[in-house]
Design a protein around this ligand. Structure first.
Ligand SMILES: [Zn+2]
Length: 93
């Protein structure tokens, strides 16, 4: 018998551009809270880390490639208007 894991995914939400990117998924709930508390104060203005519940472990290795994460964000992020997934463009110009 194994304990059901309580897993979270973490997104970075940019309110200025109404975009988000998946920062991590399959993170233990306690660890996720630590990460958010640790990093939120360091983000640029308008950006915030948001934790969302996962119902099960996601199979994709990287959160940024994970479609299940995107569905969860679309369904339960409670952001209005709905944020768009950030495009993976090069930002360091
Ligand atoms: Zn995921």
């Amino acid at each position: 018998m194994s304990e059901p894991e309580h897993l979270k995914l973490i997104i970075v939400y940019d309110a200025n551009r109404n975009q988000y990117s998946v920062s991590a998924h399959n993170v233990q709930a306690g660890k996720a809270e630590q990460l958010v508390a640790q990093w939120n104060p360091h983000l640029v203005a308008g950006c915030s880390l948001i934790m969302l519940d996962q119902t099960k472990r996601h199979k994709t290795a990287e959160g940024r490639d994970c479609r299940t994460c995107r569905k969860i964000v679309a369904r339960s992020a409670n952001l209005s208007p709905k944020p768009k997934l950030e495009r993976k463009e090069r930002r360091n110009k």
